[in-house]
Design a protein around this ligand. Structure first.
Ligand SMILES: [Zn+2]
Ligand SMILES: [Zn+2]
Length: 337
């Protein structure tokens, strides 16, 4: 908070009493009106369906058992959508860590929306706000602050907020403020508008088709409930570990001014996103491992796609070195003048 802001808050307190001493939220945070209503509608509808679907999926697995087809579809779809959220949604659309042509961009849109975690525009806007105000008032899903910028006293409440309940609070992000580039991208916006089609493709249609083709009606039901609906819900829980566990537990390679950490189990489950302290230190890197034992599978796949020419302009450590060198040269030149 700046001195001017602090003085303003003090003046408000003097005039209106302590009730006015609310935390100042940064621009682009919306706490009432149609954007909040739209957020809550989508959160309740989507998670309502997934809660019921996940319970049905577990019940089916326990009572009917799972065959090879159900497990193969579960693993295949989990891997595809984990890569979709990590490499597509996070590294390509939020951080622009690499570039690609329209066909690959379309592919990344498909697998990002198939992760069933809200629209590309909303995800990008929320995550950019997370980086800008990480573990401070204005972070949409910090274990330290609620959606309105109030500090959590209870560690458990903070953890639960970061691990999921933030999607049900009355605060949301203005996409016009944080995701202008996505709103101006016709390919991404086609997928934003048709996102429910891709949710259904991911959680119902594709698992159902594989189940029916390789095992018949009984396998089809198992695939939809367990490998589709339960898997989609499980992926949401796993993705949110980077906001909860990786802002509270684990080790820090870099001293940054937020609480981000690297955490081993989350790193394995998310294909590398759990190297979250490395990521907060260098948010634009496409490959975020800094040691041989920090396994960043998403980053390795992106580097592989670069090798075969499907993506280009991949941003990584060597580019930072180049940037530093050219900055140093510019500084030397300006001092010499
Ligand atoms: Zn973070
Ligand atoms: Zn990020």
């Amino acid at each position: 908070m700046s001195i001017a802001d602090a003085e303003f808050v003090q003046a408000e307190i003097a005039e209106n009493g302590l009730a006015a001493a609310k935390p100042q939220l940064p621009p682009g945070v919306v706490t009432e009106g149609p954007l909040v209503e739209a957020k809550l509608r989508e959160s309740y509808l989507l998670l309502g369906i997934l809660y019921v679907g996940a319970v049905a999926g577990i019940t089916w697995a326990v009572t009917q058992g799972l065959g090879k087809v159900e497990i193969a579809v579960f693993v295949g779809m989990f891997a595809l959508t984990t890569f979709g959220i990590g490499a597509g949604m996070h590294r390509l659309f939020v951080h622009r860590s690499f570039r690609c042509g329209p066909v690959m961009r379309t592919f990344f849109c498909v697998i990002a929306q198939m992760a069933v975690q809200g629209s590309i525009a909303k995800w990008v806007a929320n995550h950019r706000r997370h980086h800008l105000y990480a573990d401070d008032a204005g972070d949409p899903h910090s274990p330290q602050y609620d959606g309105f910028g109030n500090r959590y006293v209870s560690a458990l409440k903070g953890f639960l907020h970061a691990q999921g309940s933030w999607v049900f609070d009355q605060a949301t992000t203005d996409n016009e403020y944080y995701a202008k580039d996505i709103l101006a991208d016709p390919i991404a916006m086609f997928f934003v508008r048709t996102r429910w089609v891709w949710y259904v493709m991911s959680a119902v249609f594709i698992p159902g088709v594989f189940g029916y083709a390789f095992g018949g009606l009984h396998t089809m039901i198992g695939c939809v409930l367990f490998s589709g609906l339960f898997r989609a819900y499980l992926l949401i829980l796993v993705s949110q570990l980077t906001g909860s566990v990786c802002h509270a537990y684990g080790y820090r390679r870099f001293e940054v001014d937020d609480a981000s950490t690297n955490e081993f189990v989350t790193t394995i489950l998310t294909f590398g996103e759990g190297l979250h302290n490395n990521h907060h230190r260098f948010p634009r890197d496409a490959y975020i491992s800094h040691a041989w034992w920090e396994i960043d599978l998403n980053g390795l796949i992106i580097l592989g796609l670069e090798k075969v020419g499907l993506v280009h302009d991949v941003f990584h450590a060597s580019h930072r070195q180049l940037e530093r060198t050219s900055e140093a040269r510019a500084q030397t030149a300006s001092t010499a003048r």
